[in-house]
Design a protein around this ligand. Structure first.
Ligand SMILES: [Zn+2]
Length: 159
């Protein structure tokens, strides 16, 4: 802002906390389709919570020195609990274990995910679906999938 004034009646104002993007400089753009898909996956994963990995405790953002990061974010009409939601994204020979805090890291801390992770996310089936479990099995999660299926079986038998 500098020499100009943003407040009528004051000769000179200096702005702080307005043009954050300019202050930080530029970072590579993040593909919107990727973010939309990631949000969709997190939403599905939190709905089929019993199929997903259990998160021990609550994650905070080590880069947010005042608030320790947000509890939740609303993106594409989905409300995601970023401190507790996790997601498994199958790659070819391994599985990404993803915290929803990644959404905050991209939003607030210029975190740019790898192209490999972007591709795996775009190719990921809906958590909870049979196709998703097949993807997990192919990526080396056979034992994990067996446990998920056993847990489902036990739940369906419960009175
Ligand atoms: Zn943060």
């Amino acid at each position: 802002m500098g020499a100009a004034s943003a407040v009528p009646g004051i000769e000179r104002t200096e702005g702080v906390g307005w043009a954050i993007r300019d202050a930080l400089g530029t970072s590579p753009p993040i593909d919107r389709a990727f973010v939309e898909k990631l949000v969709e996956l997190f939403a599905a994963a939190s709905k089929s919570r019993n199929d997903g990995p259990v998160m021990m405790g609550v994650l905070t953002c080590s880069a947010c020195v005042l608030t320790r990061g947000p509890d939740w974010m609303t993106l594409f009409d989905q409300r995601i609990e970023v401190r507790t939601t996790t997601l498994l994204v199958p790659a070819n020979t391994f599985v990404y274990f993803v915290s929803a805090m990644v959404l905050h890291a991209m939003d607030a801390h210029s975190f740019v995910p790898s192209q490999e992770f972007v591709q795996a996310t775009l190719a990921c089936e809906t958590p909870g679906s049979a196709r998703y479990l097949m993807q997990l099995r192919r990526a080396g999660g056979g034992e994990y999938v067996s446990r998920v299926l056993l847990a489902r079986k036990l739940r369906s038998r419960a009175p």
